[in-house]
Unconditional design. Structure first.
Ligand code: URA
Length: 285
């Protein structure tokens, strides 16, 4: 019995370590709680008084589960999100509403709600996809390696989160193991994303990467087609069409550094556009 208890404690310690390391715990928990395949042996006369002992084995992880396809969230989660978002009349109120919202299942596994960083009401609003491990720990978007690259890119055109940029995401909680958010998770956060755009009325909205572009623009063109162009965002509730640019996601640039030349030409386009729009920026090289 002592051996079984020790094995279980060791397994629990291993799970805690996996959780801290950012492993998708749905999968890990499934391994831990998997019932042994072999039935316990029938009690023999010699051991009849002892309870049958289940052998403890760590099973190999099951084959990587396919992302749960196109799960629609409960209607009422989206309706609740819409109502809460509509009620917010400032970005601070919207932040508080997102913090209170329980309709996105990702909240249950995340450490923190990650809403925004930067200056509310900035002329430039940047939206990414979803928080990763660093963002989840610090409760701020884009603070990991890709965030550091984003900051450097912005600095080359006189933008910073301290002065003239507000940064947020299209999902406010870290998906376990950094998996792609499901459609349901995305749809349940969307009313808040749309309300943030409405309340910010930025001079320029920058969408980084495919997920943010598809979610906000509601079109499925590839990023390579969308980037490097002057686009417009318009929908009910927006006072006037908003200027939009799609840029390559900094995490993609870290994986494909040879694409930084495209990012550089996008930054030059943003710089020219911001000049035309009269957006005040810091002196930059
Ligand atoms: N990638 C994103 O899209 N958002 C973050 O906040 C961090 C990394």
């Amino acid at each position: 019995m002592e051996n079984a208890a020790a094995s279980q404690n060791a397994a629990r310690a291993l799970l805690a370590f996996w959780r801290a390391a950012g492993v998708d715990m749905d999968e890990a928990e499934a391994v831990f709680s998997a019932r042994p395949e072999t039935a316990p042996a029938a009690a023999s006369p010699a051991n009849r008084s002892l309870p049958a002992r289940e052998p403890f084995r760590i099973e190999p992880p099951p084959p990587k589960a396919k992302p749960k396809a196109k799960l629609q969230p409960a209607e009422d989660a989206v309706n609740t999100a819409r109502a809460m978002a509509a009620e917010a009349s400032t970005i601070a109120e919207l932040r508080a509403a997102v913090d209170k919202f329980d309709g996105c299942a990702l909240k249950a596994t995340a450490r923190n709600t990650v809403f925004s960083d930067g200056v509310d009401g900035s002329p430039v609003l940047i939206l990414g996809e979803a928080p990763g491990k660093d963002e989840d720990e610090q409760a701020k978007p884009f603070v990991g390696r890709s965030g550091q690259l984003l900051d450097k890119m912005l600095a080359t055109i006189g933008l910073s989160r301290e002065a003239n940029v507000l940064i947020s995401n299209t999902i406010y909680w870290r998906p376990p193991g950094n998996r792609d958010p499901t459609q349901g998770e995305t749809v349940s956060c969307l009313p808040f994303v749309e309300r943030l755009i409405e309340l910010s009325q930025p001079k320029l909205l920058i969408l980084t990467g495919k997920a943010a572009a598809h979610t906000v623009l509601k079109r499925e063109d590839g990023v390579m087609k969308l980037r490097g162009r002057r686009l417009r965002y318009n929908r009910e509730g927006i006072k006037a069409p908003i200027n939009v640019m799609v840029m390559l996601h900094p995490a993609y640039l870290l994986r494909q550094p040879q694409q930084k030349r495209l990012a550089w030409s996008d930054l030059l386009l943003a710089e020219a556009w911001l000049d035309e729009l009269g957006v005040a920026r810091a002196a930059h090289p």
